[in-house]
Design a protein around this ligand. Structure first.
Ligand code: IPD
Ligand code: CA
Ligand code: CA
Ligand code: CA
Length: 276
């Protein structure tokens, strides 16, 4: 698939517009009582607002780009793996941080990444309660509310603040390995933070608010947009092992510098979380 600069601009315009609309829906519902459902575990929530936003966005994308593919968290069934093709594919998480959303914690966002030939060309993350709009186009830098982003220049893990997420799995072996990693963070890094939104954590690294993020067990819709925003801000995005990221492999490491990424990779236990 070849796409022109003009195509990118057209997709970006729609992406930005739907992100702002999704944000408006999140804002309107933020303090309301919610109808909450659980999915895989009691730690895995979905609300009517997640579903309504995903439907709204999907409809608008199809109306303008009927041939484009769509991967959305709430229309993906646990038993069906989705396939990622070379076609232009809109990858969305209607609300990242649903547990925060249910608990009135402002760390929530809408996340939208567009891949063409399996490469991310556009990333938009909008956190409507904090009024933060992160945008990126491949090769053109990334921005927070229009201001250009630059990740931290720190190289030493011992000077780094590491953002991590525990994820929704409650499998005992997985939890044991994740605990080892938490121990390792406290041993090797300066500080540890966990905000409850993978997408916003990656954007925080892009914005110089901490030096690295990693998670085992998240999905393609959690990191596709954020990863472009981070790499366009000078951060390094890899598989936690240091290998090239596979967007379907459910794990990611984002370091502000190659040095921090490598040092962090070395001190982590690498969990195999299966595939999307
Ligand atoms: C979750 C959040 C959380 C991360 C989970 C994700 P959701 O997304 O990003 O921080 O630990 O792995 O599933 O369910 O709120 O969209
Ligand atoms: Ca979810
Ligand atoms: Ca998510
Ligand atoms: Ca979600």
């Amino acid at each position: 698939n070849t796409i022109s600069d003009q195509d990118v601009e057209e997709m970006f315009e729609l992406a930005r517009a739907v992100a702002l609309e999704a944000g408006q829906v999140i804002r309107e519902n933020f303090y309301k009582d919610k109808v909450v459902d659980t999915k895989m575990s009691a730690a895995d929530l979905v609300t009517e607002t997640d579903q309504a936003i995903e439907k709204m966005v999907h409809t608008k994308i199809l109306a303008k780009f009927p041939d484009h593919k769509f991967i959305g968290e709430e229309s993906t069934h646990e038993t069906h793996k989705h396939e990622l093709t070379d076609d232009p594919t809109w990858i969305i998480d209607p609300i990242d941080g649903t547990t925060n959303f249910v608990n009135h914690i402002p760390e929530v966002c809408f996340s939208l990444g567009i891949m063409v030939n399996k490469q991310t060309v556009i990333g938009i993350v909008y956190a409507p309660i904090k009024e933060e709009l992160y945008t990126a186009k491949l090769g053109q830098g990334s921005y927070l509310n229009g201001e250009k982003l630059q990740a931290s220049k720190i190289k030493e893990l011992k000077q780094a603040v590491i953002l991590f997420e525990g994820g929704a799995s409650r499998d005992e072996q997985i939890l044991q390995d994740k605990l080892k990693n938490v121990h390792s963070l406290f041993t090797n890094a300066r500080g540890v933070r966990s905000y409850g939104s993978g997408a916003l954590s990656i954007c925080n690294v892009a914005a110089g608010r901490g030096q690295a993020f990693f998670e085992y067990g998240l999905h393609i819709w959690d990191f596709t947009a954020g990863n472009l925003i981070a790499s366009e801000a000078g951060a390094v995005v890899t598989d936690p092992s240091g290998a090239e990221l596979n967007p379907l492999r459910r794990r990611v490491l984002v370091g502000c510098s190659a040095e921090v990424a490598q040092s962090l990779s070395k001190v982590l236990t690498h969990l195999d979380m299966g595939w999307d």
